[in-house]
Design a protein around this ligand. Structure first.
Ligand code: C5P
Length: 413
């Protein structure tokens, strides 16, 4: 436990996630840290100083110009006491103030007055996180070696889906502990940036959703793929620091704001878009789309009239996008999906070898509560050497688990 006897100053700013602050204090003290809490002016609308005092065992600091507090441990003393300053949740407003050196309340003043390393766990609405101003501020903070934990993605208090949720308290406490293990000099040094995002700097191309194969100007052949798994992978890959290109067939889902969305209709469109995106320094290609196996040979220029009793439509096989990407001379790390109704392992391993993939994620579509068009899924992931079982869970959580395995395997690639 690297946090043993480390003085952690926990700054809590005014976001809905502030209600988790007492739990975070417990997690930090559980790892041996000495914790003092500073509340921003708006934070006590979400959490009471009394509860934080009870869990930290120390008086909670709130005001810059409080004669009583200054007579106890004044703000400069507090800044010197801290080995590490952790701000969780850090709102967009707090990030802006830190980026521009404001010192108009106790917490921001302490940040300027300390030599301790600063860690922040942002929490805000996904649109606010994606806003150019927030991203510019984030870049400034990164350049200044402030360590950013998260944010995570998922459903938000406001009902939106996307990146901006504060990480879970145990994750924040563990990351702080880990950061100090990795960099023992950290509590008093600002010279080492830490990468906590496992896919940071990677370009990931993901295909998602169904394809539509036109029959005539108003009809098409398609399937029931909802795109949820592919979109969940895009959301989680972004949260893990990747640049994401999402090549999507027609679905009824909002794409995460920060990804590069390439909307396509047919398998041929998806094939062209995929090869194009992969040529742009792609590190990982994940084929999650339910690509139509066949397309119509002669798409009718006009709406087909129902003036015959029988109608024959001739189909031709579509190119295999995933196999074509895997066959490229400098192919990225390739991940395929296999939906099977029986002999899961046999067919998945066959696809892994036949399409020359690095990894395949297989799911049993004979079970009606998982997989196609469902909220939940379960996967067995195979590489040439090993296998991982990811039990039934919602697709967003499953995407995070799968990407952790991908990140681990890519580091060996
Ligand atoms: O061969 P099968 O269709 O079962 O393989 C499934 C995997 O291959 C999925 O990852 C799917 O996205 C990908 N695929 C593809 N292009 C096709 C057919 C499948 O990329 N034409």
């Amino acid at each position: 436990m690297a946090l043993h006897n480390v003085n952690v100053l926990l700054g809590v700013t005014g976001g809905i996630a502030a209600y988790k602050a007492p739990d975070l204090v417990r997690k930090l003290t559980g790892l041996g840290a000495n914790v003092r809490v500073v509340l921003s002016p708006s934070a006590n609308s979400f959490v009471t100083p009394l509860s934080l005092q009870a869990v930290s065992g120390n008086i909670v600091h709130q005001h810059l110009l409080d004669p009583e507090a200054e007579a106890g441990m004044g703000h400069i003393e507090l800044a010197r006491w801290a080995d590490a300053i952790l701000i969780a949740p850090a709102t967009a407003h707090c990030m802006a103030k830190l980026a521009h050196g404001f010192a108009d309340d106790l917490l921001t003043t302490l940040v300027l007055a300390t030599t301790a390393h600063i860690f922040i766990a942002p929490a805000m609405n996904q649109q606010m996180w994606a806003a150019q101003a927030t991203q510019d501020n984030l870049n400034i903070l990164n350049e200044r070696d402030i360590t950013v934990f998260g944010p995570a993605s998922g459903e938000q208090a406001c009902g939106d889906m996307g990146v901006g949720r504060m990480l879970e308290t145990h994750e924040i406490a563990d990351m702080l502990d880990q950061a100090i293990i990795n960099q023992p000099s950290l509590p008093s040094s600002k010279s080492h940036p830490i990468t906590v995002q496992p896919l940071s700097g990677k370009h990931i191309v993901i295909t998602a959703g169904p394809t539509r194969e036109a029959i005539d100007p108003v009809r098409y052949i398609s399937n029931h793929s909802s795109g949820k798994m592919g979109y969940s992978l895009a959301v989680q890959a972004l949260a893990m620091g990747a640049n994401v290109t999402l090549i999507s067939g027609p679905v009824d889902l909002p794409a995460p704001l920060e990804c590069h969305l390439v909307p396509v209709e047919s398998a041929l469109d998806m094939h062209t878009a995929s090869l194009h995106a992969v040529a742009d320094n792609c590190d990982i290609f994940i084929a999650c789309a339910a690509v139509a196996d066949y397309r119509v040979i002669d798409i009718s220029e006009h709406k087909i009239k129902k003036n015959t009793d029988k109608l024959t439509i001739n189909l031709v096989k579509n190119p295999d996008i995933l196999a074509d990407v895997a066959a490229l001379p400098n192919s990225p790390f390739t991940v395929g999906f296999a939906a099977e109704t029986h002999d899961l392992e046999h067919y998945a391993k066959d696809k892994l070898a036949r399409k020359k993939l690095n990894m395949i994620a297989a799911n049993d579509v004979s079970q009606s509560d998982i997989g196609f068009n469902q909220h939940d899924n379960a996967l067995t992931v195979f590489t040439a050497e090993t296998q991982f079982i990811l039990p039934k869970q919602d697709k967003l959580a499953l995407a995070a688990e799968l990407l952790k395995i991908v990140a681990q395997e890519v580091s060996k690639y």
